[in-house]
Design a protein. Structure first.
Length: 389
């Protein structure tokens, strides 16, 4: 009998203990942390990219030859028109000298032809005057017909000589123009033995050294425009909505992980990468010195772009959203002193894993900021204060 009473007492104790545990876990009012609205929250999107340059030029000579002088090296900043390198130009200088002599000879020939034309014109005028007088006298019988005919023939011959002289002068003028053009060609070819910077540039690479033979069109230097350097970043297209040119960005180089550089979105490609499903976004430093680390092309960089600023909003860790569907889900709230689960619409996502609640909730509704096993609908609860992320 005593044994039976002990069993009953144990069962009652066990039931009481279970009831206490159930009450403590599921019935007793609990205090939970809640989410407070935030002001001026920056919504950023993250992208990985590399330092590139918009203007890259691989420059070389238009003619072939041996490199005799080099004036620039990697890392140098050169102004537009600066001399970078020279080829052996001895043979071309000789050709230019020869063409200059030919031009002077053509000019002398032109002066000679002009003098002969003037002489022919004077002779023609003299023969014309003589013929005019004799033709007048022959009618009076003062000179013979034969003499008049000779004067006419002399005038005709002088006219032909003048025409020949004028043609010779025209040919000499054309030859002078041809000699001038040939000299200009030789001067241009001589200038092509010098390699000059086409714009204000930084030398990225020097591909040839003194004594090397540079073929026509072969790259000797790789140049970039320092002000055209930017970071090409790849952003998940699911997060790329709302990106626009002019937005502020922050760049962190792999070589300077502790330093953030302020930049600006300057280009967004109009075609996404179909394989990686990413959007290419280009950001450029707003105030970088030409000697800044960002000058090293190909370096990996992390980019955060400020897509928008939410003046006032409520953000909750995504791990607390149940049934997440991209733009909707369910969250726990305290409503009229009781726990409840509410379906809400979701907005912007932050880099720290929080998501914006865009549904309009009643002023007395508090959003629960922590997940606990004891949460169940209808349980009494009271706000404990702002929860951590």
């Amino acid at each position: 009998m005593a044994h039976r009473w002990k069993a009953v007492a144990g069962l009652v104790l066990l039931i009481a203990l279970a009831s206490a545990v159930y009450y403590a876990r599921f019935v007793r009012e609990i205090a939970v942390k809640t989410v407070e609205p935030q002001n001026n929250t920056e919504v950023r999107v993250f992208g990985i990219g590399t330092v590139e340059a918009q203007i890259v030029s691989k420059v070389g000579f238009q003619v072939a030859g041996k490199l005799t002088e080099m004036f620039a090296d990697q890392g140098d900043i050169v102004p537009s028109g600066a001399l970078l390198a020279k080829l052996d130009d001895g043979a071309q200088r000789a050709k230019l000298t020869k063409s200059e002599a030919a031009q002077r000879q053509a000019a002398a020939n032109l002066r000679k032809a002009e003098a002969q034309r003037a002489r022919a014109q004077a002779s023609y005028q003299q023969k014309k005057n003589v013929n005019l007088r004799r033709q007048t006298l022959v009618g009076r019988g003062a000179v013979s017909s034969e003499a008049a005919e000779d004067a006419q023939a002399a005038e005709d011959i002088a006219a032909s000589d003048m025409q020949v002289a004028e043609a010779d002068t025209a040919v000499a003028a054309v030859l002078q123009d041809d000699a001038a053009a040939q000299r200009q060609i030789e001067a241009v070819l001589l200038a092509q033995h010098e390699l000059r910077a086409p714009f204000d540039a930084r030398v990225i690479a020097r591909h040839k050294e003194l004594g090397s033979i540079a073929n026509a069109g072969e790259t000797v230097f790789t140049l970039v425009a320092p002000r055209s350097i930017w970071v090409r970043a790849y952003v998940d297209e699911a997060l790329a909505g709302g990106l626009a040119i002019g937005q502020t960005a922050f760049v962190r180089l792999r070589s300077e992980a502790d330093r953030v550089v302020e930049a600006e979105v300057v280009r967004i490609d109009q075609e996404n990468d179909r394989v990686t499903e990413e959007r290419r976004v280009y950001v450029r430093c707003r105030a970088c010195d030409p000697q800044h680390q960002i000058r090293f092309l190909g370096e990996q960089a992390e980019v955060e772009i400020v897509k928008t600023v939410v003046p006032r909003g409520v953000f909750i860790p995504l791990r607390l959203v149940e049934g997440y569907q991209g733009n909707a889900g369910s969250i726990w709230v305290i409503e009229h002193g009781r726990l409840a689960k509410r379906a809400v619409r979701l907005g912007e996502r932050l880099l720290d894993g929080r998501v914006q609640i865009v549904s309009d909730l009643a002023p007395d509704v508090a959003i629960v900021a922590e997940g606990r096993d004891g949460l169940r609908e209808g349980r009494a609860a009271r706000p404990l204060g702002s929860g951590a992320n």
